[in-house]
Design a protein around this ligand. Structure first.
Ligand code: NAI
Length: 256
């Protein structure tokens, strides 16, 4: 996994304020740095404040603007407080990227209630809570964006991930409904469904499974965080103004 950030498209997001959840590492960090490279101001939200602050330092070192916010996305009060704090600090909110996510893998017959609840809470409830809190601000600005990070697991299923694939399929259904609800306010709502991306989360699968996945992927490699971040950047950009309610797969062809 590379820690470099290098968007492969350019767009001008100056004056735009974005919240990115799970911004402390992996894909969320790369999304935050990528949007900041295009001059957006980033509220880096993570349950791990030190990690979010590290992302902010990287953005500052790149010459960008960002601030860190501690928040557990499953906690309604914390989510509402963070959205209020961001709007108080920057006056407006234009982009929400619901990226925070976890896995607690296990086969169905052995899956514990806690594994199911933890994954549904972070991945699906967290996306709902942030979207609800942000929406009342997003509808006030022209051309706001909500981008939800789903997974191909939510489209095709994956043994050992009944909880995770249910949560991500839920995110996709949620995306489609909210897209319809907010369309009249010119807020677009889309999902990005990554395949296997080389982050700490994917490393947990182990080398031999990752090698099998790579062999099954038509483009012959795992994804990089930048592959996902560039898709998010496109959906956040003015170029995607007429796209809403879609699921953009970023999977090297794996789920086709
Ligand atoms: P990661 O585990 O490297 O990073 C997740 C971040 O979310 C961490 O900084 C963590 O502290 C934060 N987080 C976890 N629970 C939180 C909570 N309750 N409140 C606030 N922040 C919380 O994960 P990665 O790989 O960067 O994944 C990011 C997103 O992409 C997730 O939604 C994941 O499901 C999705 N995804 C990842 C894939 C992969 O292969 N890595 C494939 C498909 C989707």
């Amino acid at each position: 996994m590379t820690d470099a950030v290098s968007p492969r498209m350019t767009t001008d997001l100056s004056g735009r304020v974005a919240i990115v959840t799970g911004a402390g590492r992996g894909i969320g960090r790369c999304i935050s740095r990528t949007l900041a490279r295009c001059a957006a101001t980033i509220a880096c939200v993570d349950v791990n404040l030190a990690a979010a602050e590290e992302t902010v330092s990287l953005i500052h070192a790149d010459g960008g603007q960002a601030a860190a916010f501690a928040c557990d996305v499953t906690n309604s009060d914390q989510v509402n407080a963070v959205v209020d704090a961001v709007v108080q600090q920057y006056q407006e909110l234009h982009i929400l990227v619901n990226n925070a996510g976890i896995t607690r893998d296990g086969l169905l017959l052995r899956m514990k209630d806690e594994q199911w609840d933890a994954v549904l809470n972070v991945n699906l409830r967290g996306t709902f809570l942030f979207t609800r809190a942000a929406a009342r601000h997003l509808i006030k600005v022209g051309g706001a964006r909500i981008i939800n990070i789903a997974s191909i697991s939510g489209l095709m299923g994956n043994p050992g991930q009944a909880n995770y694939s249910a949560s991500k399929a839920g995110v996709i259904g949620f995306t489609r409904t909210v897209a319809r609800e907010l369309a009249s306010r010119q807020v677009t709502v889309n999902a990005v469904a990554p395949g296997f991306i080389a982050t700490d989360m994917a490393q947990a699968l182990g080398e031999s499974i990752l090698k099998q996945i790579q062999d099954r992927t038509p483009l012959g490699r795992l994804g990089e965080p930048q592959d996902v971040a560039d898709a998010v950047l496109f959906l956040a950009s003015p170029a995607a103004a007429f796209i809403t309610g879609t699921v953009l797969r970023v999977d090297g062809g794996l789920a086709e």
